[in-house]
Design a protein. Sequence first.
Length: 281
Amino acid sequence: MSSSPLKNRVKSKIRVGILGCGAIGSRIAKSIKAQCDDRALLTALFDINPAKSENLQKHLSPKNVVKKSYAELLGSCDLVVEAVNAPDTRQLVRQALLAKKDVLVMSVGKFIEGGSIFELAQKQGVRVLIPSGAIAGVDALKAVSQQRIDRITLTTRKPIYGFADNAFVQQKRINLSQITRETVLFEGNVREAVKCFPQNINVAATIALASHSKDKLRIRIATSPEFKVNSHEIEVSGEFGRLVTRTENVVCPDNPKTSLLAVLSAVRALKEYFQGVKIGT
Ligand SMILES: NC(=O)c1ccc[n+]([C@@H]2O[C@H](COP(=O)([O-])OP(=O)(O)OC[C@H]3O[C@@H](n4cnc5c(N)ncnc54)[C@H](O)[C@@H]3O)[C@@H](O)[C@H]2O)c1
């Protein structure tokens, strides 16, 4: 029988802890406060940089929810919203699951080999929520994964400034300022993509998990001075036929590597979680 916090809290509010108070964690926290006040209560904020959590708290009520440690956060919430940019994200999520907390995962790229996390969640009777992110068609990908998939490609196009401090681009000595037209920065498989572009390509991991076909997934990442939005184009062919989706996403004002749709999808996933309903993905 599941002991998911959701089941235990049908009448009272669900206590939410935000792990990582950067661009995404802050936007999610403010949206929960503004839009889900009847179902959820922000009870804990933790960031390895205390100035980030202190600053976020100024925009929220109740006050005094900043925690001094992750352990303290885990002791004060039912659901953890993971929005960190950390080398040990997998370990942090594991810790939450071991503490029997449901977890909404934003850093999906860290979980492409993630069988063990999902198995642990099942064993603990808790849930891992993965929002659809900045792409369309995750519901269809999940459906078609029940049959043979022959080929999946993701083409991501982002403005040049979205790659400004990318280590792969620097290593390859790609001079971004000299790019004048559409230029492919990377072509390869999903494992290499999330390793080389950890901040830009979580959607590739979401596609890999939803389709159960990571070995058939090819990723292409391109930039151009003409690109003003983050776009993601997915093409899938298989036994079901052919599927093409494309999103053209406004860049998140607080972080140019992130699409606003990624935050909107997380907030929607949380609303459905709080209400105990789920439509699509
Ligand atoms: N799923 C998606 O569609 C999607 C889209 C965009 C970004 N993301 C991912 O979401 C995560 C957050 O993105 P962001 O734009 O908010 O990044 P950000 O850099 O703005 O914020 C990350 C925060 O995490 C904090 N942090 C780092 N290590 C920590 C630790 N060990 N404990 C607590 N806090 C820690 C940092 O201090 C920072 O404030 C990233 O991993 C990013 O790749 C996912």
